[in-house]
Design a protein around this ligand. Structure first.
Ligand SMILES: *Cc1c(COP(=O)(O)O)cnc(C)c1O
Length: 495
């Protein structure tokens, strides 16, 4: 059987990888999924001797089957180059009883770079393969990190434009400055008066508006997505879990075949789903620990089987996880129904109309590898402080949530399986909250004074991504309401 892509809601099937990447989201509102899960065709011993780029090729070729070897290697070598500040690309740091997989060494210092440095290469390669003449307009809702990482990838890429919507007041100071100072004539940034869910729902609505799509096409534009609903983001995220496992074996931390646990600070469920895919293609993973902040809709879901978004949206110090509608969970739901698109569609419609749905026992059994946990604001801060005091290692507020959840899980269960914690952002991106956790109240202090204090406390040099925005000019001041997102897109594109 050849691998192809189909919508989780049944409307489309038989797409090649490049077609699925170009579309981003299926026309029926579903997400694209491969029709089968491939298996690694190299051994862990072989992987243990590979670079990040070589590992990436072995994983990506399994899913992106209509890309030639030459195309894939071109994309990989241009994405994972000196934009990353370490040749390892994703280093694994052992600290305080766990392995922190540092996914923040790319140009915007959050894990989104792992996939968004390669997505523009996938997209332009896919456009060429499919003889796309239109200009591709990337529409992106961001909880803070995707927007910057996507713009860094797409800025001044010929044949593309990118428009980013972020929740005003819902991101950190550094995140906001990174976005509003973005250069590139094809970039636009809009602050919306609403939260991330409003932004994401608005973007999905624009994708679903046929009339608007026709208007765009008449002007030579077509939409795509840089959000983690795009399969072109999910696939690159599988790579670092495979790489981490192989590194643990190579370094003698575990024996080949030993199971590991993976803990992921979760928002839209993209990163942890990639870890699940890593397991499916052949990496020995025991438990996937899904860590939430106070917006613990996923924790409740894994406890009860009911996904219920009807609750207060809480702004936390881990803003990239402030999400109540975790889009990529739909892919797991779809798998758990045995790929029954009609059953999945029914649940997603329930979520849309009544704000909740409940899965049955069979579906729960398929999802048994996942367990949920959450950390309160106080627990998160205490964890950041504890790891710092024990080891001198400074973690960011998202990684803090994961670390805290892992520690509670290990204490409650006695599970001593070696555990990889996805470390999703540099602490510098959340300097204020991180320094507050380590040394108390920072209110009234200038963000860059705090940055310099964090440097003194951690001994880690201030990353270029932060130095760059110290004095950068603000280039984007546009704002809109959640209801006027489509009109704003039309205005930006001059429709
Ligand atoms: C996006 C993000 C997350 C959440 O990842 P998902 O794939 O959306 O679950 C966690 N931490 C940071 C720093 C992020 O940017």
């Amino acid at each position: 059987m050849n691998l192809s892509y189909q919508s989780t809601r049944g409307g489309e099937s038989g797409l090649t990888a490049s077609q699925a990447i170009l579309k981003g989201l299926a026309e029926d509102g579903g997400l694209f999924m491969p029709n089968m899960i491939p298996k690694l065709d190299v051994t862990i011993e072989q992987l243990a001797g590979m670079t990040y780029q070589e590992t990436a090729y072995e994983v990506m070729k399994l899913f992106l089957t209509d890309f030639t070897e030459e195309e894939l290697k071109y994309c990989i070598s241009h994405a994972y180059d000196s934009k990353f500040d370490t040749e390892e690309i994703a280093p694994l740091v052992k600290a305080d009883g766990a392995y922190y997989l540092e996914l923040f060494h790319g140009s915007t210092i959050a894990f989104k770079d792992m996939a968004l440095s390669i997505l523009p290469y996938f997209m332009t390669t896919a456009a060429k393969k499919n003889h796309v003449e239109n200009e591709i307009v990337i529409l992106t809702a961001t909880s803070g990190d995707t927007g910057k990482a996507a713009m860094a990838g797409f800025a001044d890429v010929p044949g593309t434009r990118i428009i980013v919507f972020y929740p005003k007041g819902g991101v950190s100071k550094v995140q906001e400055l990174q976005m509003v100072t973005q250069k590139g004539d094809n970039t636009a940034v809009v602050a919306i008066h609403g939260n991330f869910d409003d932004a994401q729902t608005g973007v999905k609505k624009i994708f679903g508006d046929r009339a608007f799509g026709e208007k765009l096409a008449a002007k030579g534009f077509q939409l795509s997505s840089a959000n983690s609903i795009n399969i072109g983001r999910l696939v690159p995220q599988i790579v670092y879990y495979v790489y981490a496992y192989a590194k643990l074996v190579a370094n003698g931390e575990i024996q080949n075949g030993d199971p590991i646990n993976i803990t992921v600070p979760t928002g839209n469920f993209g990163n942890i789903l990639a870890a699940y895919f890593a397991k499916q293609i052949g990496i020995p993973v025991k438990t996937l620990i899904c860590a939430s902040n106070d917006n613990k809709v996923l924790y409740d879901f894994f406890q009860t089987g009911t996904y219920d978004k009807k609750r207060e949206f809480i702004l936390t110090t881990s803003p990239s996880m402030d999400i109540l509608i975790s889009s990529n969970l739909e892919r797991l739901i779809y798998l758990s129904t045995g790929c029954d698109a009609a059953a999945n569609r029914k649940l997603m419609e329930e979520l849309g109309t009544s704000g909740a749905y409940t899965v049955n026992e069979d579906m729960k059994a398929v999802m048994k590898d996942f367990i949920g946990g959450y950390a309160t604001e106080a627990e998160n801060a205490a964890e950041i402080r504890k790891v710092y005091e024990d080891t001198g290692y400074v973690i960011d507020t998202h990684t803090g949530v994961a670390s805290s959840v892992y520690r509670k899980y290990a204490a409650e269960t006695g599970d001593t399986t070696p555990t990889v914690i996805a470390s999703t952002a540099s602490p510098y991106k959340f300097s204020h909250s991180v320094m507050e956790a380590i040394s108390g109240d920072q209110s009234g202090k200038d963000e860059f004074v705090i940055v310099d204090e964090l440097c003194a406390a951690s001994g880690v040099p201030v990353p270029g991504a932060v130095e760059e925005i110290r004095h950068a000019e603000i280039r984007h001041r546009r704002e809109c309401q959640a209801e006027t997102m489509e009109a704003t897109v039309a205005e930006i594109l001059g429709l």
